[in-house]
Design a protein around this ligand. Structure first.
Ligand code: AMP
Length: 308
């Protein structure tokens, strides 16, 4: 069965993370890194991003070893995007301590010609005008998914509205879909978001899993109840990457193949949070994912027989 390539656009970063388990500096991160590593478990990946002179070449080599094409990663004069965050003791919230845009400030995604025919596209959380520019450089993809955040919802509503009209799948945090639509109830918020363009909306709810709203109704995938979460950074990005990576192995995008992909996405995110930064994803295999799918089956199976 043919596996299609996946195009991923987003940030590549060096993060400083203050976690309950310690402080970790210069951890490789960014939405594109997490998404690409998760997707590469299933499919060939093409990345469009920008890094500075300080980004270790060995890290790009790690990506290439996982069938990730890095020819769309531009290395520019200056520093890589840097983000610093501090998590609460129970990891339920985090605050941004510092953001240094560096070369990311001048990011103008230019797709190598060989990327133009990529059938599955993930627009990571970047300026909506840049997301739009990427869409103008690809030819009729089968599926376009996009992520966004409060910064763009509040700061660039018109540019974001234009992107929403062009995508079919919105992958968004619960708080952000509320902000986008002004609806508190998640089902109502998703319905409203769907009116603005995407035919399906996937709401990420952290440790409470993810909800899909599409033409078939609602679907729920739990987050795996891990006893020990080490670092939630990139959970949403690895979820989105796993989603598109697995969809790329499917001959058709149907409501069922999408639902299967969402469970795979949740498995990828659950592995990502088990180690600091992108470390666990570097070695993630289909076998690992399979084991967690079994655990999910056990988690939600309560027999098919009638109760009464
Ligand atoms: P997540 O935990 O899924 O929100 O993703 C965390 C990653 O997003 C970190 O590795 C950061 O480097 C990156 N990040 C943080 N702020 C931004 C931003 N404003 N734009 C792009 N990427 C960001």
């Amino acid at each position: 069965m043919a596996t299609f390539p996946v195009l991923i656009v987003g940030s590549m970063a060096l993060d400083d993370l203050e976690l309950p388990s310690g402080t970790f500096k210069n951890v490789v991160g960014g939405s594109a890194t997490y998404s690409a590593l998760a997707a590469s478990t299933f499919a060939p990946v093409r990345v469009v991003a920008v890094v500075g002179q300080d980004f270790p070449e060995a890290e790009l080599e790690h990506l290439r070893k996982r069938n990730i094409d890095t020819s769309g990663i531009e290395r520019r004069e200056g520093n890589t995007f840097r983000w610093a965050g501090r998590y609460s003791a129970n990891l339920t919230w985090r605050e941004t301590l510092d953001t240094q845009l560096g070369v990311f400030a001048g990011f103008d995604p230019k797709l190598p010609a060989s990327y133009a025919d990529t059938p599955l596209v993930l627009l990571g959380n970047i300026h909506p005008a840049l997301q739009q520019s990427v869409l103008e450089q690809v030819r009729q993809p089968r599926l376009v998914a996009a992520d966004t955040m409060n910064f763009w919802i509040e700061g660039e509503p018109a540019a974001l509205a234009a992107v929403l009209r062009k995508i079919d799948t919105l992958v968004i945090n619960e708080e952000e879909v509320r902000l986008l639509t002004g609806e508190h109830n998640v089902a109502k918020a998703a319905r409203e978001a769907r009116k603005r363009g995407p035919r399906r909306v996937l709401v990420k709810r952290g440790e409470y899993g993810a909800l899909l709203f599409d033409e078939q109704g609602a679907f729920f995938a739990p987050a795996y109840p891990l006893e020990e979460v080490v670092d939630p950074t990139g959970a949403g990005d690895s979820f989105a990457g796993g989603l598109l990576g697995y969809l790329a192995t499917q001959p058709e995008i149907t409501p069922l193949s999408l639902r299967r992909s969402i469970v795979v996405a949740s498995a990828c995110a659950s592995y990502n949070v088990e180690a600091v930064g992108h470390r666990r994803l570097l070695t993630l295999t289909k076998n690992d994912v399979n084991r967690r799918l079994d655990a999910f089956r056990a988690l939600i199976h309560f027999g098919n027989e009638l109760f009464f």
